[in-house]
Design a protein around this ligand. Structure first.
Ligand code: PLP
Length: 407
């Protein structure tokens, strides 16, 4: 049953939101970096540890079986969240970063010098550096696609960049700085027409929109738990069954093998082939709890709420002299990056923290984008399901005060 969107009830489930910071009520607007956790996640993990914990997959005893059931149930929840066709297409990783590394490392053996990888200029470093490894170590060529002045991906440039040498197009589904949501289906159409695979970095999008990997038609989709109200230390990679069958394992160790002899080794099937060693068991179960918690809402209600907050913030900063907001693409997510003329973003973040307001400042692990925007850093307010209009107003008020002190 779909939950009514009741902001007070939602907030009451996040214990941290009732604390104060520097003597003021906490206004947490750093959700794009990491989101807070509801009781369902905190208690879900603790209850599992208290009542039914053992290592997964290996045991024949009751606790091992119960833990394995809970862990595999979490995999099923991730599958449902992404609408993947099979649980075998869901690999648990330690986060978004590891998921991209897993794919890049897995296809490394197929890369010939001159093979091309297409990235957008707004990628997070975790969707850049693994591909730089292929450039440095295997002679791959990275082709970059720009964004236009609104922050929308230049689709004509993407179409030009993709060609017969393209191995993979790896782009964000939603930018962590600009909030831009990319046209996933169209990107897949362009890439597949050229015989290239597509990976979407869904670390930001997963929490703000319904994702359907089968409808998108992508080959890989990256998710991280800690941005969707789940724990750190766990994420997921969706991989199309045919792609995973081909991909070479990323790490070796226990559970990912079929037979190990002195002279040879054969591997387990996906997803186990990619999950060497003891996985993040409690974290995966917490990930499942976060998905269950979030999925109880109608995503349209969540989106509408976050959009209202974003619009109110944009409207509010209009009254602050010298503000530039980065990213105005149609349909963007609730992330507002900005700068204030004459003030360093770090100083803004530090001053508004005195008023209890948490925002991020820096390059946001997107140095190519910062260069494109002609700045070294921005400040960023990012909105989540539990934020309120009163909090947006507190943020704007704090910003006015910061401006008064800095300029
Ligand atoms: C767009 C994007 N991709 C990838 C990541 C990395 O994810 P993780 O922290 O799970 O490694 C982040 C986290 O900041 C992100 O915002």
């Amino acid at each position: 049953m779909t939950r009514t969107f009741d902001i007070d009830a939602i907030r009451a489930e996040f214990p941290i939101l009732s604390r104060e910071v520097n003597g003021k009520p906490l206004v947490y607007l750093d959700n794009a970096a990491s989101a807070q956790k509801p009781n369902a996640v905190i208690d879900g993990m603790a209850d599992q540890a208290r009542t039914a914990y053992a290592n997964v997959h290996r045991g024949l005893h009751t606790l091992a079986n119960e833990t394995t059931d809970a862990f595999e149930r979490a995999r099923e929840l991730v599958r449902g969240f992404l609408n993947a066709g099979s649980v075998d297409e869901i690999i648990f990783t330690k986060g978004g970063t590891e998921a991209v590394n897993l794919v890049a490392s897995g296809i490394a053996g197929e890369i010939q010098p001159g093979d091309e990888i297409v990235l957008s200029v707004m990628e997070h470093h975790s969707n850049i550096i693994p591909w730089h490894f292929l450039r440095e170590r295997h002679g791959a060529v990275i082709k970059w696609v720009d964004v236009d002045e609104t922050g929308a991906l230049d689709m004509a440039a993407l179409e030009q960049a993709v060609g017969p040498k393209t191995k993979i197009v790896a782009v964000t589904h939603m930018s962590n700085v600009l909030g831009t949501v990319t046209d996933a289906k169209e990107i897949v159409r362009i890439a597949h027409a050229a015989g290239a695979e597509v990976l979407f970095d869904g670390c930001q999008s997963g929490v703000h929109m319904d994702v359907d990997v089968q409808a998108i038609g992508c080959d890989y989709y990256v998710l991280t738990a800690h941005k969707i109200y789940g724990p750190t230390g766990v994420g997921a990679l969706y991989g199309r069954a045919a792609s995973l069958a081909r991909l070479r394992p990323y790490q070796g160790g226990g559970e990912m093998i079929e037979i190990v002899e002195k002279e040879r080794v054969t591997y387990n099937e996906a997803p186990h082939k990619f999950e060497a060693g003891t996985p993040p068991i409690l974290e995966a179960i917490g990930f499942g709890a976060a998905i269950e918690w979030l999925s109880a809402f109608d995503m349209a209600d969540v989106q509408a709420h976050e959009h209202r907050l974003y619009e109110r913030a944009v409207e509010g900063v209009r009254g602050v002299n010298g503000i530039t907001v980065y990213g105005t693409a149609a349909g963007k997510g609730a992330v507002m990056s900005f700068s204030l003329e004459g003030a360093h973003p770090h100083d803004i973040a530090q001053i508004i923290d005195r008023y209890g307001v948490a925002v991020r400042a820096g390059h946001h692990c997107t140095q190519p984008l910062m260069k494109h925007l002609g700045v070294s850093a921005t400040a960023r307010a990012s909105f989540g399901i539990y934020n309120t209009e009163t909090e947006v107003d507190a943020f704007i008020e704090a910003l006015h005060k910061a401006r008064g002190m800095l300029i």
